[in-house]
Design a binder for this molecule. Structure first.
Ligand code: FAD
Length: 288
């Protein structure tokens, strides 16, 4: 099937993209097109105007920040991030998740900004943004604002972005000393969306107790989500097998998976719990 007719605007800069979106009744930014074009071909999306962000080369970068973190331009391709030495060094949980995003051909075009703005509940990069406590910088008619990842994903394919705002930058804060992370998922075939996936970032105090734990899950709710009950149960406890098992048992408090052709809700519950145990054990080993 082919898309419904639409107008096309090649953005000159971010302000021009915002102005074009503002003027249209139903405009959409297009980045890598790997999700949007599929939806348009299926006529599940029928924007009257596409605003092409691909000319905005100044949104394609990965830069170190003084706090040990990174700033990533929204138009950076997933494949560039996968190959980035800076990402591997400063955000290992992202480096671990990236090869699991779709297939290499899709990652060649797909952007980090597109993944986050699309907000598929099965998006690995959305869970990485949550697990790393990323800040998302967006640009709109009134200028820039920053949205914490924890407030960005609102539900099924829904984010805090206004219709005339563009996601421009993803800020990954530097990790505290004694931090470990891990990402794992289960999918039917390599490259498929995950049946469930979990990423975690855990920081320990000098006495080995957990200072902070962030656990983010995919494919078990309407969007990527934090397993807050599990996180809270870990804070202050020693990151041993008992605490890990207790935390994993609490993941069910925050997730609400749907059953479908690929997996039942109960199986996704089981996967989320098992994967949480797995990533917490791995992260604990990596801190030490
Ligand atoms: P586009 O498709 O161009 O845009 C997606 C949406 O985001 C649109 O609504 C668009 O308006 C909006 N948007 C894009 N950029 C911006 C911006 N800077 N500011 C504001 N709005 C913006 N993804 C996964 O995470 N995991 C998978 O396992 C996975 N498997 C896939 C398998 C297949 C077969 C396919 C086709 C896709 C798969 N994807 C998967 C999706 C893929 O990762 C996409 O690249 C990604 O979701 C969207 O990125 P994009 O740059 O292509 O965005």
């Amino acid at each position: 099937m082919k898309p419904a007719p639409f107008e096309y605007h090649r953005a000159a800069d971010v302000d021009d993209a915002v102005a074009a979106l503002r003027q249209a009744d139903d405009g959409k930014a297009i980045a890598g097109g790997q999700s949007l074009i599929a939806l348009m071909n299926l006529r599940l999306a029928r924007p009257e105007l596409l605003v092409d962000l691909n000319p905005l080369h100044d949104l394609d970068y990965v830069e170190p920040r003084a706090d040990g973190g990174m700033a990533i331009g929204a138009m950076t391709r997933q494949r560039s991030l996968e190959w980035s030495a800076l990402v591997a060094e400063r955000c290992p949980v992202m480096a671990e998740a990236l090869p699991l995003v779709a297939h290499a051909a899709i990652r060649n075009r797909g952007t980090i900004g597109g993944s986050l703005a699309h907000a598929d509940s099965g998006s690995e990069l959305c869970s990485v943004a949550l697990a790393t406590d990323a800040l998302l910088r967006v640009h709109g008619p009134d200028g820039d604002r920053e949205i914490p990842a924890s407030e960005f994903f609102l539900g099924t394919f829904t984010t805090a972005l206004a219709e005339d705002e563009i996601l421009t930058e993803i800020i990954i804060p530097g990790a505290a000393p004694r931090t470990g992370s891990a990402y794992a998922e289960v999918s039917r075939r390599r490259g498929d969306f995950a049946l469930a996936g979990v990423g975690c970032v855990v920081s320990l105090n000098d006495d080995e107790t957990v200072r902070q734990a962030r656990i983010a899950c995919i494919s078990v709710g309407s969007s990527a989500l934090r397993a807050r009950h599990a996180e809270d149960s870990l804070t202050g406890s020693r990151l041993g097998e008992a605490a890990i098992r207790q935390a994993a048992s609490l993941v069910s408090e925050d997730i609400d998976p749907a059953g479908d052709l690929h997996a039942s809700a109960a199986f996704r519950q089981h996967l989320a719990k098992t994967l949480t145990r797995q990533v917490l054990r791995t992260a604990a080993g990596r801190v030490r």
